[in-house]
Design a binder for this molecule. Structure first.
Ligand SMILES: NC(=O)c1ccc[n+]([C@@H]2O[C@H](COP(=O)([O-])OP(=O)(O)OC[C@H]3O[C@@H](n4cnc5c(N)ncnc54)[C@H](OP(=O)(O)O)[C@@H]3O)[C@@H](O)[C@H]2O)c1
Length: 238
């Protein structure tokens, strides 16, 4: 797929799914603006991408802070002048039983997995409306479709993303802006090792499959659109 000249902002770019998204999208020609808190990991990723002839720019941002989100979009505006694609990938998982779960942890999850996504969508939309073009992809989770013990707060945050996406998609389409959501099952990253230590790595979805899904979504003509993709782990053949 040719993403040449596309400006793509990926949050949670330092590792896991976000890191793979950045390498995959840049290999298709996109210029990736990569946001996360860990500067060293972003710098290493930029060097890796540029070493392969790609274009990448690091943005250090803590999405729990509104001012960091606003400055992240200011950087994109000033450096690139527009934003073609936003991938709201950053997320955190804090897992534990309902009776022991602290409200501080509940707030932390909602802050990153929902509040930050809302503000990022709002900022991206303002830029995209001016261009009458854009695509926002939000990362939900298959955990929404099947309840898992000890994941109540995480699942609630990810279910909210589906509602947010559907409403925003209806609102944004008159501006020629698409808003989609992906619901992955267990992907081979640090997060799943914490959420599901019982799962063998060999049954997990490789992050590259999420990147392929995103590239497919971005490759459709402007006469069609995929609203939601649920990509699940395949049962291991016996
Ligand atoms: N792995 C799975 O099985 C799975 C399944 C379904 C959905 N998902 C969703 O997919 C997304 C990516 O997950 P992952 O598995 O790749 O997780 P991960 O490996 O733990 O990576 C999370 C990313 O989010 C960033 N992040 C966390 N808190 C942040 C903050 N306050 N400010 C800025 N960035 C922050 C991290 O960067 P820094 O620490 O450097 O800031 C990191 O780059 C998440 O939204 C997750 O809920 C994952």
């Amino acid at each position: 797929m040719d993403l040449e000249d596309k400006i793509v902002l990926v949050t949670g770019a330092s590792k896991g799914i976000g890191k793979d998204l950045c390498t995959s999208l840049s290999s298709q020609g996109a210029t990736v603006a990569m946001a996360a808190r860990t500067k060293k990991l972003l710098d290493d990723l930029k060097a890796e991408i540029e070493g392969k002839g790609g274009k990448a720019h690091c943005i250090e941002a803590d999405l729990s802070r509104d001012e960091h989100i606003l400055s992240m979009f200011k950087i994109v505006r000033e450096r690139f002048g527009r934003l073609d694609v936003l991938i709201n990938n950053a997320g955190i998982g804090i897992f534990g039983s309902m009776v022991d779960f602290s409200m501080q942890d509940f707030d932390k999850i909602m802050q990153i997995n929902l509040r930050a996504v809302f503000l990022c969508c709002q900022q991206a939309l303002k830029m995209m409306i001016k261009e009458k073009n854009g695509h926002i992809i939000n990362m939900s989770s298959a955990a929404c479709l099947k309840g898992y013990a000890n994941q109540t707060a995480y699942t609630a945050s990810k279910q909210a993303i589906i509602g947010l996406t559907r409403s925003l998609a209806a609102e944004a389409q008159e501006h020629n802006i698409s808003v989609s959501v992906i619901l992955p099952g267990g992907v081979d990253t640090d997060m799943i090792s914490i959420a599901r230590p019982d799962l063998d790595k060999s049954v997990l979805i490789p992050p590259s499959d999420i990147s392929k899904t995103v590239i497919y979504m971005l490759g459709l003509s402007d006469r069609s659109m995929v609203d939601e993709i649920f990509i699940r782990r395949r049962a291991k053949p016996v």
